[in-house]
Design a protein around this ligand. Structure first.
Ligand SMILES: *Cc1c(COP(=O)(O)O)cnc(C)c1O
Ligand code: SF4
Length: 460
């Protein structure tokens, strides 16, 4: 006779690697950069010092890194900047997080410093403003694409300039290769946007982006925040900033800015309206002890923070890298909200990945932590279809790298296509993309297979 014994199903104990997300860079890590060797903690944490010392031209950047990189790398970056469509600005914080023993493969270098040697030809179907934001813009600085929400762009400057920025058509000063579109940039010009929002009762949700609200002075944070809170039908607002990822110390040393944001969040709360912060971490290395301290300030003040990442090749496009980022954000009480497919932006083809790799990464990340800390992977459909769940394509031609999306509540009946980077395809597929007529036929074939009429295709 056997006696039933309770079986204990023990999960294997977690390995040390699984706690890597808690292992944040500590100490005065900036001092290994010769330019910052004598900078003490109080100075490095001073947001004004970070802004003043941010490098704003290719020459300044090259000067700062000359002592830490090889001549070969230096020449490569110099040539990279000459071709780049985006202006240059990098904070000392970001510069000191780059591994200068291997800058070519470094995830932070890849985001901010272009190299000539790694650059790939643009996808043949790529355009400036691939999201067609200008076509959905009723007045300068406002994009009204979705039924109940709008994107307000009150400025065109950022604390850093990201190579992959989807708004390179407007953000930053003109570059040798791009003359930027003008946005409304002064409180007087913003009135038109506020008036438009006030006239449209369906607009309940406003994203305040840019540019980047880190660069809005405290009085303008309050001005914009209060103007929008005053509109009765506006129920939700998000201030969007890359700042915490590349200059977290501002949240520790720019008290007036944090107070201004807190004032809007608190006034919103008394009105029953949600005001939150959206930030933009891409690489796990961007999160250090300084970030942890900074995000703690927001958490203690009850400022809810969500994160939007871009899926970038060599930065966060593997299962392990994305999982580490997501776990680290959760550790800081920042909710991972979205991971975007890299938009079809000029001059950064080597940073894009395929829809297939996004689908694979998403499958791995989902299930590894709390559902509310699991980001939704989206593709902002070129041509203005808006954000689509990456998995939700109507048809995906993996061989040729063509994903077809429909957006029934945004542009009913239409088909939108996202193209994988050509260098990731088979040699045969690469050869097909080289011939315009063959490429056209492949695109139309994919749309037909999606069951959507050919004439409904919207190209960027
Ligand atoms: C992303 C975006 C929004 C906000 O969309 P959510 O999915 O709610 O985050 C609003 N307007 C535009 C034009 C956008 O691109
Ligand atoms: S911070 Fe945002 S808006 Fe500014 S350059 Fe980077 S991605 Fe573009």
């Amino acid at each position: 006779m056997t006696t039933a014994t309770a079986t204990r199903h023990l999960k294997a104990p977690a390995t040390a690697e699984q706690f890597e997300y808690k292992n944040l860079k500590q100490g005065e890590f900036w001092r290994h950069i010769p330019a910052y060797a004598d900078v003490d903690e109080a100075t490095f944490l001073d947001h004004l010092w970070q802004q003043r010392q941010s490098v704003k031209t290719a020459e300044e950047l090259l000067h700062t890194i000359r002592d830490v990189c090889s001549t070969e790398f230096y020449r490569d970056a110099e040539a990279g900047f000459r071709r780049a469509p985006m202006a240059v600005r990098v904070s000392p914080y970001a510069i000191s997080l780059i591994d200068w023993n291997d800058p070519v493969d470094d995830p932070i270098r890849r985001q901010f410093i272009p190299l000539a040697s790694t650059s790939l030809p643009d996808h043949p179907r790529l355009t400036l403003d691939s999201l067609h934001e200008q076509q959905d813009s009723p007045i300068p600085g406002l994009v009204h694409r979705y039924a109940d929400k709008a994107l307000f762009l009150p400025l065109n400057v950022c604390p850093v300039y990201c190579r992959f920025c989807t708004r390179s058509y407007a953000i930053g000063p003109d570059t040798e290769n791009v003359d930027k579109v003008a946005l409304a940039k002064t409180p007087k010009q913003w009135q038109d946007a506020f008036a438009y929002i006030a006239e449209r009762p369906e607009l309940e949700d406003i994203v305040i982006s840019g540019g980047d609200v880190y660069q809005l002075p405290p009085k303008n944070i309050e001005f914009v925040g209060n103007a929008l809170l005053d509109i009765p039908h506006v129920r939700r607002m998000r201030f969007a900033t890359k700042g915490p990822a590349i200059m977290p110390m501002k949240l520790l040393t720019h008290g007036e800015w944090v107070d201004a944001l807190t004032a809007i969040v608190e006034r919103g709360r008394t009105l029953g309206k949600e005001v939150v912060l959206h930030t933009h971490f891409n690489a796990p290395e961007e999160i250090t002890w300084i970030t942890q301290k900074a995000m703690r300030v927001l958490f203690e003040r009850g400022i809810f923070t969500r994160n939007q990442s871009v899926l970038i090749r060599g930065v966060n496009d593997t299962r392990e890298r994305m999982q580490l980022l997501v776990k680290r954000l959760g550790h800081l009480n920042v909710h991972p909200y979205y991971v975007y497919m890299h938009d079809m932006v000029k001059g950064v083809e080597e940073l894009r990945t395929t829809i297939a790799s996004a689908v694979d990464t998403e499958k791995y990340v989902r299930g590894s932590t709390a559902g509310f800390n699991t980001p939704t992977f989206v593709c902002d459909a070129p041509g203005g279809g808006g954000k689509r769940d990456v998995h939700s394509y109507e048809h995906y031609d993996r061989e040729n790298g063509i994903a077809v999306y429909a957006a029934p509540s945004v542009k009913p009946g239409k088909a939108f296509v996202y193209f994988d980077p050509v260098d990731r395809l088979s040699p045969a597929a690469q050869a097909r993309w080289a011939v315009r007529e063959i490429a056209d036929a492949m695109i139309h074939e994919a749309v037909r297979k999606a069951g959507i009429g050919d004439e409904q295709l919207v190209l960027a």
